[in-house]
Design a protein around this ligand. Sequence first.
Ligand code: F3S
Length: 391
Amino acid sequence: MDLTREEEAILNGESGEGMQKAMELVTALGKIYGAEDLIDITSAHLSGASYKTIGDGGLKYLEDMAAGGARVSVPSTLNPVGMDRDRWREMHITPEFAEKQLRIIDLYGQMGVQKTCSCTPYTGANVPSFGDHVAWAESSALSFVNSYIGARTNREGGPGALAAAILGKTANYGLHLDEKRRPTKVIEADIDGSVFSYSLLGQAVGMAMGSGIPYFKGISPELEEAKTLSAAMAAAGSVALWHAEGVTPEAGSFDVSDLEVIHIGKRELEAAYDKLNTVDDVQLIALGCPHLTEKEMHQIASFLKGKRKVRDDVEIWFCTSEEVRARCPEDVKVMEEFGPVLADTCMVVAPIEGAFQRTGTNSAKAGNYLPTLCSQKAMVRDVSALLEVVM
Ligand code: F3S
């Protein structure tokens, strides 16, 4: 790789151990993926924030990085953590877990990372612009900013994104390059346009394509639908960038006339639904994957207003960011009659398997991960069908 004199000096340890480790990791990734050089980034979003997912090994890595003087050099946000900082007891979290989780958040803070912990930072805390090169982990968020905003990031892992954040640079390969952003298949989508239909569409596309870059015809997602679609395709497959005709900012730059066309309609959506649903009754209903936006908080509160929860054997969690929760006090009041509005955490990165075995969600992403990462049987329905379970 072509490194500048300054980058070589960092690699040789002249800027401290933290910077050196970061440069070693970024250049190693660059060599693996054939990058010719490094590129400046404007922001980072880091995963690897829950004690459940990183364990003691990850905690030790963060301790070492912080002790080595590592600090991020671009605005950097953090993914959801394993619990609400204040309401962890309501989530059946042990004090031992809570102590380690708080230490992880503190270490990221010492390195200069903003302590809002959300998978939708693009709604407020961290909003890239079109054409920005960024280093984002969190598969749903990076797909959203790549696709709906037109920023540029690869599917970074937690350590890679942290290293890039420290350097303010990442290796210049993959989705940072024009030619790697070309669509690979056309998807003709026939859906009803509800948010839930976008979840099933994402699941169906992930199942049909695996990886690659879909180019959609026939959809017009707004922010909520785009976040749901991004999350579902990233979990059911490994899609990190998609285009939608007439909607996403780069879609008009491609000629797709010679690409294979895949049709996704009723039959494919039913197959996606069947794949996700493995149980008919639940102990927990968890909404907010990816984190609820203000609009979704309003919609849920409007649906719940005047209704009553009659089943005490089912808990409901609403997951959003601290920022959004603070902006919707009236909605929060209504929702809290049904269950806690939890900030900066989610049903997948929290250790729910200690308390529950059957969980309901409206998210295809959570529907994929609840069985594999949380030992749950999953029920995946739209929001109103889920909430009616407890009424
Ligand atoms: Fe976010 Fe957790 Fe879903 S991190 S995308 S709410 S699995």
